[in-house]
Design a protein around this ligand. Structure first.
Ligand code: F6P
Length: 509
């Protein structure tokens, strides 16, 4: 991606110097709700994107739209979908949308062929080709784990065709906990790694093989499925080619759950649901690609984010899912947003010179209300908040549960905005604190796909506006290198604090 950071510079200064009306003042406009709230009719049901309780207004929009023009936004967006090599530092495209059928024709065809292969294996397993399969231990980390973990947790509350345990941490406690719930005779192992070299994943995979062997499985490799962009490495490691499900190098790790990395989702839910998941995402792809900026919910969300980071000094943004099924969404978004846009350099290699991605954090409502909301309402930081909620309840208990859950969600947004004068400062709520609300009609594979794709593109828009490449992640390498040096004893020697910690733990003696 060719950065054009200088082109946007003047605009960012303008944005920072604009008048800053309060939310109360903005709501004096009777058209405010209609102007900043859009409901999309999507394959899984509607999603209402209400950005009216943010400080977006016509003046800020005009400046942001100018920056978008200066940053060649429309061509950058086209380049994403056309499969151009927009990940310039790694010399490749970012073709996750092709996995959902939207993108360059040859890439879409390739994705369809690879999906057919995944589907065939999923259906063969469902049909008993590998004997009785009750559970799958899915081993992967980062983008090879967070998406499957989120989708499976969100969508299998009513049961799964195969019970999936996602294991990422190299801490053996994680794998042991999963193995304790499985019988080696009826368990498959998925090894999910784009590179098929990640230490955590390969060590966990080796231990899982050992567990199968000790559990009496004669051919442990025969129980392994590999999900990877490096199929040769998986075969070399010992997985039979028929159980290696490749995906293209042009699909980034944190954008890979639509590819064969989604195998555990398809195995748990069935292929039809996985296809619906892809369709929901594709509907957002088309909205993002085809809708003019002014009505584009993805662009609107990103512009809202940029107001807070670039003009109002906000260093974090919080996401609260008022739905237990979405409780893993904040951690999924942390990787998506912080690994993509947590950078201090533009795509053309210059210092960014301004704030990059905010720190994404969050939790689940109503639990978070009783833990961290004090700071949101009365702390010295202003933290833009996203609320996510679902109209149709996921539980079958007394409807009071869901009614009160939603009431709390909406009450928090109202309270943050309105505030309340108190008899003294400790009882005073300043208000004017921004929030956006995403209200889904239902939560199903298609809705979840749409929500995730919405956030992917929101992240992309911010990157384009700031002139960054959201698709590389060199910042994760240094710590890995040092850990390897410690493991192999080839290190140059470390600082006294690190040396003392290593000595105390008995490492590297
Ligand atoms: O270290 C970060 C990272 O490279 C992520 O970008 C990626 O999702 C994760 O590690 C796992 O990588 P892999 O899928 O190659 O095992």
């Amino acid at each position: 991606m060719v950065g054009q950071s200088d082109a946007g510079q003047v605009g960012w200064e303008k944005l920072a110097n604009l008048a800053k009306p309060t939310l109360k003042a903005l709501f004096a406009d009777p058209a405010r709700l209609d102007s900043w709230c859009t409901t999309l009719d999507l394959p899984g049901g509607t999603i209402r994107f209400d950005w009216s309780k943010t400080h977006l207004d016509a003046a800020a929009w005009a400046v942001l739209a100018d920056i978008a023009r200066a940053m060649d936004f429309e061509n950058r967006r086209a380049a994403l979908f056309d499969g151009d090599a927009i990940n310039a530092s790694e010399g490749r495209a970012a073709e996750h949308t092709a996995q959902r059928g939207v993108g360059k024709e040859t890439s879409v065809d390739e994705a369809a062929a690879l999906h057919a292969r995944t589907r065939a294996l999923v259906e063969a397993i469902h049909d008993g080709a590998l004997g009785e399969v009750k559970s799958l231990i899915h081993i992967g980390i980062g983008g090879s784990a967070l998406g499957p973990a989120l989708a499976i947790d969100a969508l299998t509350r009513d049961g799964a065709r195969v019970v999936v345990h996602v294991v990422s941490n190299i801490d053996g406690c994680a794998l042991e906990a999963a193995m304790a719930q499985c019988d080696p005779a009826t368990t498959l192992i998925a090894v999910a790694s784009k590179t098929f070299t990640t230490t955590e994943t390969m060590i966990n995979a080796a231990s899982a093989l050992g567990w199968l062997r000790e559990g009496g499985v004669g051919d442990p490799y025969g129980r392994v499925v590999a999900l990877t962009a490096a199929p040769d490495k998986a075969v070399e490691w010992g997985v039979d080619e028929t159980r290696v499900l490749p995906f293209p190098e042009s699909v980034g790790g944190r954008y890979s759950l639509w590819s064969s990395i989604g195998f555990p989702i398809a195995l748990a839910l069935g292929w039809e649901d996985f296809a619906a998941f892809l369709d929901g995402a594709a509907a957002i792809d088309r909205h993002f690609l085809d809708t003019p900026l002014a009505e584009n919910v993805v662009v609107r969300a990103a512009f809202g984010d940029l107001i807070y980071t670039q003009a109002r000094g906000c260093q974090t943004r919080a996401v609260f899912a008022y739905d237990e099924r979405l409780k893993l969404l904040p951690s999924y978004l942390q990787q998506l947003e912080m690994e993509s846009n947590g950078k201090r350099v533009t795509a053309d290699g210059k210092p960014l010179g301004r704030p990059s991605a905010p720190i994404t954090w969050g939790g689940v409502g109503t639990d978070a209300q009783h833990a961290v909301f004090q700071l949101l309402h009365q702390g010295t930081h202003v933290i833009p908040v996203d609320f996510l909620a679902v109209i149709i309840s996921g539980d079958s208990l007394d409807p009071a549960h869901h009614r009160i859950l939603l009431s709390n969600c909406f009450a928090q947004g109202a309270a943050l905005m309105a505030g309340k004068a108190g008899s003294d400062l400790s009882r005073d709520y300043p208000g004017d604190r921004p929030s956006a609300t995403m209200l889904c009609e239902d939560l199903n594979p298609a809705t979840l796909g749409a929500l995730i794709a919405f956030h992917e593109h929101r992240t992309f828009v911010s990157a384009v506006m700031l002139g960054m490449n959201p698709f590389d992640q060199f910042g994760v390498e240094l710590g890995k290198e040092i850990a390897k040096q410690i493991e192999t004893g080839d290190g140059p020697g470390f600082d006294p604090s690190t040396e003392a910690l290593l000595a105390l733990a008995g490492i590297g003696d």
